[in-house]
Design a protein around this ligand. Sequence first.
Ligand SMILES: C[C@@]1(C(=O)O)OC[C@H]2O[C@@H](O)[C@H](O)[C@@H](O)[C@H]2O1
Length: 468
Amino acid sequence: MKMPKNFLFGAASASYQVEGAWNEDGKGVSNWDVFSKIPGKTFEDTNGDVAIDHYHRYKEDIGLMAEMGLESYRFSISWPRIFPNGTGEVNQKGLEFYNNVIDECLKHNIIPFVTLYHWDLPQVLEEQGGWRSQATVDAFVRFAETCFEAFGDRVRNWITFNETVIFCSLGYLSGAHPPGIEGDAKAYFQTTHNVFIAHARSVELFKKAKYEGEIGITHVFNPAFSIDDEADNKFAEMHANEFATHWFYDPILKGTYPEYVVTQLERQGLLPDWTEDELDLLKRTAPMNDFIGLNYYCPQRVMKNDTALVMAGGRENSTGRPGNPSFDGVYKTVLMDDKVYTKWGWEIAPDAFLEGMRMLKARYGDVKIYITENGLGDVDPIVGEEIQDTPRIEYIESHLRAVKHAVQEGINVSGYYAWSVIDLLSWLNGYKKQYGFIYVDHANGLARKKKQSFYWYQEIIATRAEDL
Ligand SMILES: C[C@@]1(C(=O)O)OC[C@H]2O[C@@H](O)[C@H](O)[C@@H](O)[C@H]2O1
């Protein structure tokens, strides 16, 4: 069976991780421009000042995407490139850059799929409280409207936020992302709520203005499974799915927060300070969401946290390797002997991916799904002159097969975006953790080189995964 003709084969990137030109053409300073220069915050003190210079090489990169036969390119817009001070005056050269990227995509018949927020907040707003502040929510809605206005005649696919759980938990619980705060659970839940309000207001504005196309949000999809059938561990599984998935998906797709989590937070004094109007807004806008984006890399295997183990902060404890307890100490993730893992300790589990998609359909019905990220972070083997990233081919093949099974079962998956189209800067792993179909040679002027997986994905797209 071929994937349906309207199914999109894509690949993704994010502004801070690829563009560079951190202070060029009027761009304002982002929180990551500042945070990445605090000694010890990033892997080997890497930062996105240059990244892979996509700002100057986007034509070459999009030309390679076209050669691959890529149908859609998911990229994000750097907010401080549009609004150097977060709001106020628009930087016309910022608009010009993204107009050029969009036009280059369309020239090659590649559908631009735009993420508005992929973690690079204008530093001015971070200093005013970041996502704890209503000013940031208001500024985001203005940023979104400005992008709809500027690009909405050619961009028909919009994602408001990438992985709210990551930038809020690493920003306020583990301190591994800006603003680098550790252990503030109240701020963590408050910022997630503020982001959902920013999302809902932007969706309502998009729909009221009758822009063409579709809008949604992208969440981490990290389904929890108990290590065994012990009652305590099954409880841990339920608790983990409530806090890691339902807290994020319910307000978007149902328009209400999961009762189980609300009750727990009320008891602990961690409930966000929300208003009835905000809760009404979530309820009113839930049906307006056109899709949900899933970033799936791996499941989490959980058990009841039977020790005094507490959540550890910092970069080393925030790269996703199992072993950390939940923020409230109720459960912990574990490595299991009978599972297969990447070099970063992420389980390779296409079966859990399919099982998780079934769980989502059972809870949210026939919502349209895009797999907005999936891929293998690895140190790619170089054999002679060739990058023989066979492990990545095997990883993506098995996960695309799971997507194909989901489609065959009637789960409404409408596209697959590999993370990442090209090797890029990882927030916490520098340039060591590669994801791309295209290699970037940092020892040779950032020269691009097609990997073995480039040709493999080219064939998958051409045959619409018929032989998977
Ligand atoms: C933590 C990490 C990684 O570096 O492996 O997960 C996979 C991927 O997720 C994306 O949303 C991030 O923008 C990108 O940088 C990657 O980040």
